[in-house]
Ligand binder design. Structure first.
Ligand code: ASP
Ligand code: MG
Length: 412
């Protein structure tokens, strides 16, 4: 007998019929003789609806109160799913994040997990119940309710799997798995049989929405095997696991396009030690994550610094930087939120050369201008005009031959 953690996303519990469907699938797994912990998200659209209500009252709502509001979404789902399972004649017990208990720091709306206690969950499992856990939420040492960032139910599932030493963490969603590119953009995109944690982490950070990036990081740190699959059929999905030798043979395994960033340029700042530290220090204090950074060569003792931030933090960042710019004597702050970041990802890049050149040539052939470039060991990203995002993805998918069967079968 094994212990399985299953997570069902918002679209899988979008209405009562779908919740009943999830209940049937859960019971099926239970009947195969497994112990089962099920993590659920809020019903599709519910979190956005709740955030919308808050936005009608305040344009800069207090984040502690936002967490109080949005955590109700998952609380509804766990109660309904428990009922649906009980209705099928099986034992189920629901738990909120505070009850199970997932303790976090106090960074409301994007709290980090500090510890996971599983006594109550284990007790319920021993009593033969299916344990239903509210995703996305935790609690601080002072008993304040927190959330783990958008898409945070994935993290709840992985954290429960790690704490319970589960055999597998299954993430059920509305797509069949992880594809070489978004199939809505590239019809020839192919499903990957498996992908390494590092590649998945890059893909997730780049906006491939199938898994929350923080959840992938957590899975990697604790070695939790994750299976991403559809809740609407029973086909095999994509396994997210430790890298193996086979994966290295493929240079590029996926193409991503992230439209969730905005670019900020601070013009003509003094080119002397401490300026960048001050600027980015203030951005970090505001809990804004900076991604790409470019500093130009200086002219007459001043320079321009450009960087990207999440679009959701763009207004806050612009306001903050206008203040900082005055303090450090910068000339002006410019912002642009019509940008896209296209990236190629693959562990094979570590051992293959000339990959960047092929990427830039492909974009150049389509006359797509690159405004910023960033790289990691297994990723190359280019910032471009948002209107060329889809074209860039298609061109790169073609250039690196990702549609070809053999490439993908290598990974299966
Ligand atoms: N309901 C939350 C969200 O919409 C968490 C999740 O779905 O994972 O972001
Ligand atoms: Mg999700």
């Amino acid at each position: 007998m094994s212990l399985i953690v299953q997570k069902y996303g918002g679209s899988s519990v979008a209405d009562v019929e779908r919740i009943k469907n999830v209940a049937r699938r859960v019971v099926e797994t239970k009947l195969q003789g497994h112990d089962l912990v099920v993590v659920v998200s809020a019903m599709a659209g519910e979190t956005d609806r709740l955030l919308g209500l808050a936005a009608k009252i305040s344009d800069a709502p207090d984040e502690r109160e936002l967490d109080v509001i949005v955590t109700t979404g998952e609380q509804i789902s766990i109660g309904l799913l428990s009922l649906a399972i009980q209705q099928l004649g099986h034992k189920a017990r629901s738990f909120t994040g505070a009850q199970v208990r997932i303790q976090t720091d106090t960074a409301h709306t994007k709290a980090k997990i500090v510890s996971v206690e599983v006594d109550r969950a284990q007790q319920a499992l021993r009593e033969g119940a299916i344990v239903i856990v509210a995703g996305f939420q935790g609690v601080t040492a002072e008993e304040d309710v927190t959330t783990l960032g958008r898409g945070g139910s994935d993290l709840t599932a992985v954290a429960m799997a790690a704490a319970l030493n589960a055999d597998l963490c299954e993430i059920y969603t509305d797509v069949d798995g992880v594809y070489t590119a978004d199939p809505n953009v590239v019809p020839e995109a192919r499903k990957l049989g498996k992908i390494s944690y590092d590649e998945m982490l890059e893909m997730a950070s780049l906006g491939a929405k199938v898994l929350q990036a923080r959840a992938v990081e957590y899975a990697k740190n604790y070695g939790v095997p994750v299976h991403v699959r559809s809740s609407f059929n029973s086909t095999q999905g994509t396994l997210v696991v430790q890298e193996d030798a086979e994966m290295e043979r493929v240079v590029v395994s996926g193409i991503a396009c992230d439209r969730n960033e905005a670019k900020i340029t601070v013009l003509r700042v003094a080119d002397r030690p401490g300026i960048a530290a001050k600027l980015f220090g203030r951005v970090a204090e505001a809990n804004i994550v900076v991604d790409m950074i470019v500093q130009n060569i200086s002219q007459d003792g001043t320079t321009d610094i450009s960087f990207t931030v999440p679009k959701s933090d763009f207004p806050k960042a612009m306001q903050l930087l206008n203040g900082v710019a005055q303090e450090i004597g910068a000339q002006q702050v410019e912002g642009d939120d019509r940008i896209a970041k296209v990236s190629i990802v693959g562990v094979g890049m570590r051992t293959h050369s000339g990959v960047a050149a092929r990427m830039f040539e492909a974009l150049a052939r389509e006359n797509i201008n690159i405004t910023m470039i960033s790289t990691s060991e297994i990723k190359i990203s280019c910032l471009i005009d948002a209107k060329y995002g889809e074209l860039a993805v298609r061109v790169l998918h073609e250039t690196f031959g990702l549609a070809e069967r053999n490439v993908v079968e290598d990974r299966a």
